[in-house]
Write a protein that binds this ligand. Structure first.
Ligand SMILES: [Zn+2]
Length: 313
């Protein structure tokens, strides 16, 4: 069975960007989460390790769209451990260098090439680019899960080796007014969200609309189940309240019986006491019907019996 993470990523990777700003932001995220800077013919270029065809196609289409036709011969190898196939692409050094510069992964400083881990704020400024970056970073290093029978709650995360990239992601999320938390887990920095409405909103922005609807459906189902459970709890609480009250009334009547005796009571109270003893589980409504009096008269008489018993103690 395909996981929810897989479905979300597949939906994100269907997107093809109309504007260069977003395409660059998305490529930057892919390079940062799945790529490596390598040296080829004395130049810096880019190597990507890709384990799914949708991501491969996204990268291929996007680069072709903005940089023209190019040739790459992916090196395919299968990882025995996972039983999955991976493709390694090493870009031709000229294209590779261009991609590294354009995505801001490398830049020139005083004539020297520097590698930039942190996102260039001038590169990813507009909300459209922020969304493109975050969604493709999610493809590279993210996961998401819905509540299940055994696990409670919604969870979406980006798991990164680099602390400053993690803080960039948290920062970009906050620019969309989505507030995340970060924890360190097994040498990785994990930026995560637990809030259902933030996750849903983000899936919508990512263009993962089918996944967003699935999440909303899960939420509605859960809400209904909770309501039903709350209803059941409420019923149990009411029953125990009735039982508690009846127990107190019966104890009072027993107390009267063993001291002054039922006979010592007024006709009305005597009748009430005997009916209560015969129908210990009956509600006030049922007692009222049995005695052909009002519910409030029942309550009043039962309270009188309790009061008499209390004075006898
Ligand atoms: Zn943009």
């Amino acid at each position: 069975m395909k996981t929810f993470s897989f479905e979300v990523k597949k939906e994100i990777l269907k997107c093809r960007y109309e504007s260069f700003c977003c395409a660059i932001a998305a490529l930057r995220a892919v390079f940062q989460t799945a790529g490596e800077i390598v040296v080829k013919k004395n130049k810096l270029t880019l190597a990507l390790i890709i384990d799914n065809d949708d991501l491969f196609n996204f990268v291929f289409d996007t680069i072709k769209n903005y940089y023209g036709e190019f040739k790459i011969v992916p090196e395919i190898y299968s990882t025995r451990r996972l039983g999955s196939e991976k493709k390694e692409i090493t870009f031709d050094e000229d294209l590779g260098e261009k991609l590294l510069f354009d995505t801001g992964l490398i830049s020139l400083s005083n004539g020297n090439i520097v590698i930039n881990q942190n996102i260039d704020k001038n590169l990813i400024m507009e909300n459209c680019c922020i969304v493109a970056y975050l969604s493709h970073a999610f493809v590279g290093c993210g996961s998401i899960s819905l509540p299940t029978e055994t696990a409670n709650g919604y969870h979406m995360e980006w798991s990164l080796l680099n602390e400053s990239v993690a803080s960039d992601i948290a920062q970009l999320l906050s620019q969309l007014e989505i507030f995340s938390k970060t924890i360190k887990r097994n040498e990785k920095y994990v930026v995560y969200l637990k809030d259902k409405s933030s996750i849903s909103e983000l899936l919508g922005k990512f263009g993962a609309v089918v996944s967003m609807l699935k999440l909303e459906n899960t939420s509605i189902e859960r809400e209904m189940r909770n309501k039903i459970n709350r209803g059941a709890n409420c019923m149990t609480a009411n029953i125990s309240k009735i039982v508690d009250a009846a127990t107190k009334q019966i104890n009072s009547i027993r107390c009267i019986e063993s001291t002054i005796g039922i006979e010592g009571l007024s006709e009305a109270l005597k009748e009430m006491a005997l009916i209560r003893l015969n129908y210990p589980a009956a509600s006030y409504q049922e007692l009222a019907e049995l005695l052909n009096i009002s519910k409030s008269a029942v309550r009043q008489r039962l309270n009188s019996l309790i009061e008499i018993a209390e004075n006898l103690e």
